[in-house]
Design a binder for this molecule. Structure first.
Ligand code: KG4
Ligand code: ZN
Length: 329
């Protein structure tokens, strides 16, 4: 089954053609990062305008790279939410039009389920499965007792982890998106600054805004002799300690067969090291880290989960609309 998947939830216009949920026939991502970097972050109105300019071009490129014609596509998958409403709408209109014109099924997808199922490109998923979702908009521990069944065990009470990376990078004078830059800078840093430990009521929830304020205070205090690499190191260790600690609590509480990392921050080199190190504490646990090419937003992951969703009977009709606050299926 060949699925044409479209993803426009934030600042990437992306289309992929995926066969049977695993074989990537094409995966085209047109990033708007350069445009948004000039503003220091994503401007929603600008993002939706660029999606409108790019969507047909990206679609054509995905079809031609896969060496197919639109008639050879069996279904159209689309990110319905969460995300920026104007950006989501552009992809949804495109997918609805294609599904109607070619008379093929439409599969509405929750963006985060795509990040989780991106791991399917490198491993068979086993259930029960625990996913640590770390992206620009989400920080969650998600339990899948069985295939395509999602239960949120804990989530952020304020900022998402990627958002915290980007905000701290911004106050350090680094350009958008700051996550990859802090990742690089922290490699040269030493443990010279101390940041407070985060407290949350539910032990599986996350909170990053206190850390962000502590970084701001630290910058103000050390204005004249601030060591950027040491600050990046301190911030990154504090953030990653938090997510690894919460992951361990969940792993101890729920007996799962498989643990996967998911979302844009899964590209972080130190987090990948820390997750690999979990193998020592949980030798029987299967652990999967998504390959770098499918960590940040793309449509291949939407095509991967859409195949699973389709087999679970998920269908959309032409009345579906963008849902910025969409819940898991
Ligand atoms: O999943 P994603 O592409 O978009 C959302 O669904 O939100 O995640 C984007 C986020 C951004 O905040 C970006 O700074 C962060 O992922 N990110 C990183 C790294 N690469 C991307 N954060 C830390 N280290 C990285 N290497
Ligand atoms: Zn994402």
């Amino acid at each position: 089954m060949r699925i044409c998947a479209i993803e426009t939830s934030c600042d990437e216009t992306a289309v992929a053609i995926i066969e049977d949920g695993r074989k990537v026939l094409s995966n085209i991502v047109s990033s708007q990062i350069d445009t948004h970097a000039a503003f220091g972050g994503v401007i929603p109105e600008v993002a939706s305008r660029i999606h409108i300019e790019n969507i047909s071009i990206v679609l054509e490129e995905a079809i031609s790279t896969a060496n197919l014609s639109m008639e050879q596509i069996d279904a159209f998958a689309i990110t319905q939410g969460p995300g920026l409403v104007g950006s989501l709408h552009v992809g949804i209109i495109a997918a609805k039009t294609l599904a109607w014109y070619y008379d093929k099924p439409l599969i509405p997808i929750h963006h985060i389920t795509g990040h989780i199922y991106a791991n399917q490109f490198v491993d068979d998923l086993q259930y029960p499965l625990l996913a640590l979702v770390v992206s620009g908009g989400h920080t969650e521990l998600v339990l899948l007792k069985e295939e395509y069944n999602f239960e949120i065990l804990g989530s952020t009470q304020d900022d998402a982890i990627g958002e915290a990376y980007d905000k701290v990078a911004r106050v350090m004078g680094l350009s958008y998106p700051g996550g990859p830059q802090i990742d690089l800078l922290a490699k040269q840093g030493k443990p010279n600054y101390k940041l407070p430990k985060v407290k949350t009521q539910n032990p599986l929830d996350f909170s990053f805004s206190g850390l962000k304020s502590a970084v701001l205070q630290l910058i103000q205090k050390n204005r004249d002799n601030l060591n950027h690499a040491d600050l990046a190191y301190a911030f990154q260790e504090a953030v990653l300690n938090e997510v690894i600690e919460k992951t361990k609590i969940a792993l101890n509480q729920y007996s799962v067969k498989h643990f996967v990392l998911a979302g844009g921050v899964a590209a972080n080199s130190r987090l990948r090291e820390r997750v690999n190190a979990l193998k020592q504490d949980y030798p029987k646990l299967k652990i999967t880290i998504p390959p770098m090419w499918c960590c940040t937003d793309n449509a291949a992951m939407i095509g991967a989960v859409a195949y699973v969703a389709y087999n679970h009977g998920v269908r959309g009709d032409l009345s579906i609309s963008a849902n910025p606050g969409l819940d898991y299926a």
